[in-house]
Design a binder for this molecule. Structure first.
Ligand code: MGD
Ligand code: MGD
Ligand code: SF4
Ligand code: MO
Length: 739
C-alpha cells in the first residue's frame, strides 16, 4: 500500500520537515514538506536519501554480544543481561568512576538522546563523562556560561531580519548551519542580500559561503581571537561602541577596553596575515550596520583559542548594541524551556569541580575532554576507566589519535555501544544494542529548539511500527538507566519515565512561578497525554513551557506550529551573580596573556584545517551509495604555491605528519585554500577490520585525527584543536624498487 507521512529530518541541525512516500514499510521517496512551518519545503541531498539510510542493509537489526572474542547476534533479554553483568562486575570491583560514558553527536538528533543521558549519568555517578561537545562547541558554552551565567544560553543570529551577518569559521552553505538552526540557510543568505544586507565571512578557505559573501577575509588559521580583539580595539579607539538598550545590563566594558588595548590592527596584522586596513574596515562596517549579527562556528571553537574567540563573538554583539535585539544575535525560547520568570541574580558558571586523572584537565559542564579519553583508559593505576558506555559515538574516527583509542577500547574489561552500525568504535563493544530505523523512531528537537532562528514546535511520531518486541531507542536508554540503578533485569522501563515525571512535577507544583503550582502531582501525572513514557514526558515539558502547549495541540498540527520570531530576553535570561552580562569574566581575562604571546612568537610552517562535504555527515554516512563518490572525497587540499614547494601535483599522494602520527592522502591542488594551509575532512578511515560497512569500505579515506595526539586543547573548555594545527607535508617518498 502506498501512503505518505511527515517526518522531521534527523540528519543535521537544519531539522527540515520531510514528506515521505512509503510502499508498505519502505520509504520510496523523501521530499521537502512545503507546508512545514520551519523549513517550507527545503531539503538537501542527505534528506533526499532518507529512504536509503533507513533501509541500509548494513544496519544492525538484532543486538550483538561477544562470545569467544566474536560478536554474534543474540536476543534483547540476553543482551541487556550481558550489559548488567558486564557493567555490574566493573562497578562492583572498581566503583562507578571506572565506567566512562561517551556521548556522540546523534544524541542531539534523537528523542532518546534528548531525554535519557542525564538519567544515565545520574544513575551511574561517574566523573568520566565525555562527549562530542569537546570536539565541537564547548568553548561557546563556556563563554556564554561566563557572560550570561548559563552555558546553554547561546545567542543565534537573527537571520531573517539582520542587515549584516559576520560569519566566523562556519560554512553553512555546506553544513546547513550549526548553533543556528535554520532550514534553508542558502535561501536565508540570499534573502539577506536581496533586502540590501551584507555578508562578511572570515575563513582561511574560499568556501561556498565565502563565495556567496560581500567580503571574504582570509586569515591564517587559529588567529581569529587576535583579529577579533583588534576589531574590538578599533571600536573603542574610534568611539564606535554603542550598547544601546543593553547598556544598563552590562558590566565590565572598561575592562574589555583595557584587555583589547594591545591588539591594535598593526599589532595583529602580521600574525593574522590580514592587512590592518581591512581589520579597520571590518570594525567600521559592523558598527555602521543598522543591525548586525556576529556568528562563529567550528573555525572559531575547535581552535587553539576557542573560548576567547567564542567570547569575542558576543563581545562584538554587545559592544555594537546588537545582542538581544531584532536583527542582531538573539536568545531563542524553546517550547520545552522553563517559562520565563522575573530577572534575578543566579549562581553563575564555574568549571573544575573535579579534574581528569592523568592530565588534570578541569571538568567543564560535568564533562572531561574527549581528547583525554584514550589516556584515561590506557594509563594504569587507581581510577582508570575500565568500561565504556558509548551512546551514538564513534570516537575512534572523531577524536584525536584514533589508533591509540582503538587499542585502548580493545583492552577494556567491558564496553557497550548503542549504535545502528558495527563500525570503527562499536566493533570493540562486548554488547552492541542497535536502535531501530529512523522511520520507527519518534522525532522531537529538544536540542535544536534552543538554537533555532525562529521559535516553532513540531513533533513526528514513528512512521513505521516496531515489530517483534524490538525496543525503541528510548527504551534501550531507559533500560540502561535501570541497569545502572540496580533495578531487576525484568523491571518495567516505563518506571524510568514515571520517575522523571514525578521529579519534574514535584518541583513544578512547589514552585510559585510554575504554571502547575499548587497542583496535585499524582493527579497531574494521570492527566498527561501520550502513548509512551517519552511522549508523556514531552507533554509535561510542553505544559511547563512558555507557550501553553500540550502534546495534543502539537499533534493536531502535523506541519508544526509557528511561535513567532525571536524576542528580546535580557535580563530574564541572565543567571550571572550580578544579574548582568559580565563582559570581562576573570577566567577569560586570564587567558589573554597566552594570546598576546602569539603576537611575538609566530609559528611558521603549514597548518591543517578541516572541511565538511554536503553529502556526508561526520563519520557515519559514508555507507550510502547515493552519497558516495563524486566530490565527496577524502583529499588533501593544497594551494598551488605549496604544491610546488612540497613537490606535489594533483592526484599525487602526500605524506602528512603531525604530533600523533602520519597519514597518506591523495592531493587536490586548489587555490580555495590559502598558502600555508592544507585541508582534510574528518570522519574517514573506514579500513579497519571487523566492521560491517560494505560501501564505506570501498572508499575508506584516511583518519585526519591520527595527526593529533590529544595534547592540543583550548584550556578553558578542554576542546580539541581540530583546526589550525601544525603539520609537515611532503611527497610520498618512492619505495626503492617499487612501481
Ligand atoms: N578533525 C576533525 N574531527 C572532528 C570534527 C572536525 O571538524 N574535524 N568535527 C567534530 C564534531 S563537530 C563532532 S559533532 C564529532 C562527532 O563525533 P561522533 O559523535 O563520535 O561521530 P558521528 O560520526 O557523528 O557518529 C556517531 C555514531 O552515532 C551512530 N548513530 C547514527 N545515528 C544514530 C542514532 O540514531 N542512534 C544511535 N544510538 N547512534 C546513531 C553512528 O553510527 C556513529 O557510530 O566529530 C568531531 N571530530
Ligand atoms: N554536510 C554536512 N553537514 C554537517 C556536518 C557534516 O559532517 N556534513 N556536520 C555537522 C556538525 S556535527 C557540525 S558541528 C556542523 C559544523 O558546521 P560548520 O562549522 O559550519 O562547518 P565546517 O565545515 O566545519 O566549517 C568550519 C569552517 O571554519 C573554517 N576554518 C578552519 N579553521 C579556521 C580558523 O582558524 N578561523 C576561521 N575563521 N575559520 C576557520 C573552515 O575552513 C570551514 O569553512 O556541521 C553539521 N552539518
Ligand atoms: S539540510 Fe539537514 S535537516 Fe535538512 S534535509 Fe538536509 S540533512 Fe536533513
Ligand atoms: Mo558537531
Amino acid at each position: 500500500m502506498t501512503r505518505t507521512a511527515l517526518r522531521i529530518c534527523p540528519l543535521c541541525e537544519a531539522t527540515c520537515g520531510l514528506t515521505l512516500t512509503l510502499e508498505d514499510d519502505t520509504v520510496t521517496s523523501a521530499r521537502g514538506d512545503r507546508d512545514d512551518v520551519f523549513s517550507a519545503g527545503f531539503i538537501c541531498p542527505k534528506g533526499a536519501t532518507f529512504g536509503a539510510l533507513d533501509a541500509d542493509p548494513d544496519r544492525l537489526s538484532r543486538p550483538l554480544v561477544r562470545r569467544d572474542g566474536r560478536l554474534v547476534e543474540t536476543g534483547w533479554a540476553e543482551a541487556f543481561a550481558a550489559v548488567a553483568a558486564g557493567l555490574g562486575a566493573v562497578t562492583a570491583a572498581h566503583g562507578p568512576d571506572a565506567v566512562g560514558v561517551v556521548l556522540g553527536n546523534p544524541n542531539v538528533h534523537t528523542v532518546a538522546g534528548g531525554l535519557y543521558p542525564a538519567q544515565i549519568v545520574g544513575a551511574l555517578r561517574s566523573r568520566n563523562i565525555f562527549s562530542a561537545s569537546t570536539l565541537d562547541q564547548m568553548p561557546k558554552h563556556v563563554a556564554c556560561g561566563y557572560l550570561f551565567g548559563d552555558p546553554n544560553a547561546i545567542p543565534v543570529p537573527d537571520l531573517d531580519r539582520t542587515d549584516h551577518l559576520l560569519i566566523i569559521g562556519a560554512n553553512p552553505l555546506v553544513s546547513n548551519g550549526s548553533l543556528a538552526t535554520a532550514a534553508d540557510f542558502p535561501g536565508k543568505l540570499k534573502a539577506l542580500r536581496r533586502r540590501g544586507g551584507r555578508i562578511t565571512v572570515i575563513d582561511p578557505k574560499r568556501t561556498r559561503t565565502a563565495e556567496a559573501a560581500d567580503r571574504h577575509v582570509s586569515l591564517r588559521p587559529g588567529t581569529d581571537a587576535a583579529l577579533l580583539f583588534a576589531v574590538v580595539q578599533v571600536l573603542f579607539a574610534e568611539g564606535l561602541t554603542d550598547l544601546g538598550a543593553l547598556a544598563s545590563h552590562v558590566t565590565g566594558v572598561e575592562e574589555v577596553r583595557a584587555l583589547a588595548a594591545a591588539f591594535t590592527p598593526e599589532a595583529v596584522e602580521g600574525v593574522c596575515e590580514v592587512p590592518a586596513a581591512e581589520i579597520r574596515a571590518l570594525a567600521r562596517e559592523l558598527a555602521a550596520a543598522p543591525s548586525a549579527a556576529v556568528y562563529g562556528r567550528l573555525g572559531s571553537t575547535a581552535v587553539e583559542f576557542g573560548t576567547l574567540c567564542s567570547w569575542l563573538v558576543d563581545v562584538l554583539n554587545v559592544l555594537t548594541g546588537n545582542l538581544d535585539r531584532p536583527g542582531g544575535a538573539m536568545f531563542p525560547l524553546s517550547p520545552t524551556a522553563r517559562a520565563p520568570r522575573p530577572a534575578a541574580p543566579g549562581k553563575g558558571f564555574t568549571v573544575g569541580r573535579w579534574h581528569s586523572r592523568v592530565s588534570g584537565h578541569p571538568e567543564v559542564k560535568s564533562e572531561l575532554p574527549s581528547a583525554a579519553l584514550a589516556e584515561e583508559i590506557d594509563t594504569p593505576g587507581e581510577g582508570r576507566v575500565r568500561a565504556v558506555i558509548a551512546l551514538a559515538a564513534n570516537p575512534v574516527l572523531s577524536a584525536p589519535d584514533g589508533h591509540r583509542l582503538d587499542r585502548a577500547l580493545a583492552g577494556l574489561d567491558f564496553m557497550v555501544s548503542v549504535d545502528p552500525y558495527l563500525n570503527e568504535t562499536s566493533r570493540h563493544a562486548h554488547v552492541v544494542l542497535p536502535p531501530p530505523r529512523p522511520t520507527q523512531s519518534a522525532h522531537y528537537d529538544f536540542a535544536f529548539s534552543t538554537l533555532a532562528v525562529r521559535n516553532t514546535v513540531r513533533y513526528s511520531r514513528p512512521v513505521v511500527e516496531l515489530a517483534d518486541g524490538r525496543p525503541g531507542e528510548p527504551e534501550i536508554y531507559a533500560r540502561l538507566v535501570q541497569i545502572l540503578s540496580g533495578a531487576a533485569p525484568d523491571a518495567d522501563p516505563a518506571a524510568v519515565d514515571e520517575q522523571a515525571i514525578a521529579r519534574l512535577l514535584a518541583r513544578a507544583t512547589a514552585d510559585p512561578l510554575s504554571p502547575l503550582h499548587g497542583g496535585d502531582p499524582a493527579e497531574l501525572a494521570a492527566r498527561l497525554g501520550g502513548r509512551t513514557g517519552y511522549e508523556r514526558r514531552l507533554d509535561l515539558m510542553l505544559r511547563l513551557g512558555p507557550y501553553g502547549l500540550t502534546l495534543d495541540k502539537v499533534l493536531a498540527q502535523p506541519h508544526g506550529i509557528d511561535l513567532g520570531p525571536l524576542a528580546p530576553r535580557v535580563p530574564e535570561v541572565l543567571r550571572t551573580p550580578s544579574g548582568r552580562i559580565e563582559l570581562a569574566p576573570a577566567p577569560i581575562a586570564a587567558d589573554v596573556p597566552r594570546l598576546l604571546r602569539t603576537l611575538t612568537e609566530r609559528a611558521a610552517g603549514p597548518v591543517l584545517i578541516g572541511r565538511r562535504h554536503l553529502r556526508s555527515n561526520n563519520s557515519w554516512m559514508h555507507n550510502l551509495p547515493a552519497l558516495s563518490g563524486g566530490t565527496n572525497l577524502c583529499t588533501l587540499q593544497v594551494h598551488p604555491e605549496d604544491a610546488a614547494r612540497f613537490g606535489l601535483v594533483d592526484g599525487a599522494t602526500a605524506l602528512v605528519k603531525g604530533d600523533g602520527g602520519e597519514i597518506e592522502a591523495p592531493v587536490e591542488v586548489t587555490d580555495a585554500v590559502r598558502p600555508g594551509v592544507v585541508s582534510l575532512p574528518h570522519g574517514w578511515g573506514h579500513d579497519r577490520s571487523g566492521t560491517r560497512l560494505a560501501t564505506a569500505g570501498l572508499h575508506p579515506g584516511v583518519n585526519v585525527n591520527q595527526l593529533l595526539d590529544g595534547s592540543r586543547l583550548d584550556p578553558l573548555s578542554g576542546t580539541a584543536v581540530l583546526n589550525g594545527f601544525p603539520v609537515q607535508v611532503s611527497a610520498l617518498p618512492e619505495v626503492p624498487g617499487g612501481n
